[in-house]
Design a protein around this ligand. Structure first.
Ligand SMILES: C[S@@+](CC[C@H](N)C(=O)[O-])C[C@H]1O[C@@H](n2cnc3c(N)ncnc32)[C@H](O)[C@@H]1O
Length: 508
């Protein structure tokens, strides 16, 4: 074990990912849907991520939000080296990466923060680290500042805890490399289940989890199950710990969770309405929904908006489509099964946004939308943000400035993704968020970035250099002629979808 890691997995880097719920725009929108104020994200602000992994989220946010100043730490130096590599290739000057532990970071020369976020940290690190995080937030968060914290939650994790114990007891830390420990431990747990263990028969969620383990990447498993501090938490305990930093729980970062009718039946909603204490309410909700994972927003001194302020903010909030109109969902999956998105409500909103980003005030100029009334429109927009086809946006006035800033980052991210053969997370200057682009689409975007009209020639030239082939139904196409024919089909598809969406988002 590395002595700087204090029980955390350090011999395997974590998977690299972008987490949209952590963006200032999404956090501000979640607070608005609950009627609360957020730090101003149009003017300069400060943002800090604790345990940033490879720094993908911070890099993308930095490129898409030049008005923000982004600070981040992760004590794993190879992950920070990776984060800095992309930041420097893209010449980002508003992101600052450190390889400090949470405790060390608090002694660094840092500003006070408007946002502090931690994703996949709280229930994976030791009690001592959790205390350091609370101290950091207490010392470093401004009044009115926002904290995002995600964690493995109880009671949903309860039946999985004995499975995790089986895995880690069988493969104690030290000795073998983590990857070997993981493989052996999963086989061992599977053999216990196959022997007809009553534990797995009486806890089917644990038996199903073994199947998930077999198909998950070892990097993910190493960090999800094997840190020594691993300890799923009740919301009430997290709220108590954070109250020491003067924080109050306000709402879930995942706005779909705020719409009770999508998540619970009438009797459950009625039961929940009897609890006025928000912590008790959340606890009851977690039992009703058997919650396994939470994304909570806490605020230091939450400020409720009055009716006029809330209305004004809603009217000025702009939304954009992230997918082609034809791909917008017609129903969403909830704990109660599929819920239909009524076309008479959602159709006009999606049709209007498919023409380009619009504020609520602009949407209401359409008679079909105005007839819904502001409250139904707000709910429809919240559902559409929560179910992914649309995103809240930054101000239109600064689009062109942000588009120019994001361009170099996106070129660097596309180039890096091409050499690493990974998806590229691009900075979206209209929404202040990120968007993933894979495969040959990366080359089409690069060709356009270089001002090339011959997308096919460029993409095929790059692929030939790397000896790469296109895939059809998962199988590599062999001959050059067949690859070029398939490429022509791909370009035609790209020009119709998703290029127009990318253009509306300021990506091409
Ligand atoms: C499960 S990963 C999550 C990474 C990232 N937030 C994400 O979701 O992709 C936990 C991260 O916390 C970092 N970490 C764990 N303990 C830490 C500590 N005491 N100080 C700083 N970073 C720590 C690890 O190196 C790892 O990258």
């Amino acid at each position: 074990m590395n002595n700087w890691a204090s029980g955390y997995v350090a011999d395997i880097d974590y998977t690299a990912g972008f987490y949209e719920h952590m963006t200032p725009v999404k956090l501000a929108f979640a607070l608005l849907t609950k009627g609360f104020s957020a730090p101003d994200i149009i003017r300069p602000y400060t943002y800090c991520e604790l345990g940033c992994g490879h720094g993908v989220t911070v890099n993308v946010m930095g490129a898409a939000n030049p008005q923000g100043d982004f600070w981040a730490t992760d004590f794993n130096p190879s992950q920070i080296a990776n984060a800095r590599k992309l930041a420097s290739a893209a010449c980002l000057d508003n992101v600052h990466f450190f390889d400090s532990s949470f405790g060390e970071f608090n002694s660094a020369d840092l500003p006070q923060f408007d946002f502090i976020t931690l994703h996949g940290i709280w229930t994976w690190v030791s009690e001592e680290n959790r205390r350091e995080i609370v101290t950091f937030i207490r010392d470093r968060l401004k009044v009115g500042g926002v904290v995002y914290v995600s964690y493995n939650a109880l009671p949903g994790w309860a039946p999985i805890l004995p499975l995790r114990r089986l895995l880690t007891d069988h493969a104690p830390a030290g000795g073998e490399p983590t990857l070997t420990r993981i493989r052996n431990a999963i086989d061992f747990a599977d053999s216990i289940r196959n022997a007809g263990a009553l534990f797995f028969q009486e806890n089917p969620a644990a038996a199903e989890r073994i199947e998930d383990l077999k198909t998950s990447t070892p990097k993910y498993l190493a960090h999800e199950y094997f840190p020594e501090g691993f300890d799923p938490a009740y919301h009430a305990d997290v709220a108590r710990d954070f109250s020491e930093a003067k924080l109050r729980y306000v709402c879930p970062a995942d706005v779909i969770q705020q719409i009770d009718a999508l998540n619970m039946d009438g009797a459950q909603i009625e039961l929940l309405s009897k609890f006025e204490n928000p912590v008790q309410r959340e606890t009851v909700r977690d039992y009703l929904l058997n919650t396994r994972f939470r994304r909570d927003i806490f605020v230091k001194g939450p400020l409720a908006l009055n009716e006029d302020e809330a209305r004004e903010r809603w009217m000025g909030t702009r939304f954009a489509m992230k997918v082609d109109r034809s791909e917008a969902p017609t129903k969403i999956k909830g704990p109660l099964g599929d819920v239909e998105l009524h076309p008479e409500v959602y159709g006009p909103v999606l049709d209007a946004l498919a023409r380009g980003p619009q504020t609520v005030a602009q949407l209401l100029e359409d008679p079909a939308i105005a007839s819904l009334g502001l409250a139904r429109l707000q709910q429809a927009l919240t559902v559409l943000v929560g179910s992914r086809p649309i995103d809240p946006c930054l101000d239109a006035e600064n689009d062109s400035l942000r588009i120019a800033r994001a361009r170099d980052f996106n070129t660097a991210a596309l180039r890096q993704a091409q050499s690493n053969k990974t998806p590229a997370w691009l900075a979206c200057p209209v929404t202040g968020s990120g968007l993933s682009v894979e495969g040959v689409l990366q080359l089409f975007l690069l060709a356009r970035r270089l001002g090339r009209d011959d997308l096919i020639e460029y993409a095929w030239g790059e692929m030939s250099l790397r000896g790469a082939k296109l895939l059809k139904e998962g199988v590599a196409i062999e001959s050059d002629a067949d690859n070029l024919a398939e490429m022509r089909v791909s370009v035609e598809r790209f020009l119709k979808n998703p290029l127009p969406v990318f253009q509306q988002l300021g990506l091409s």
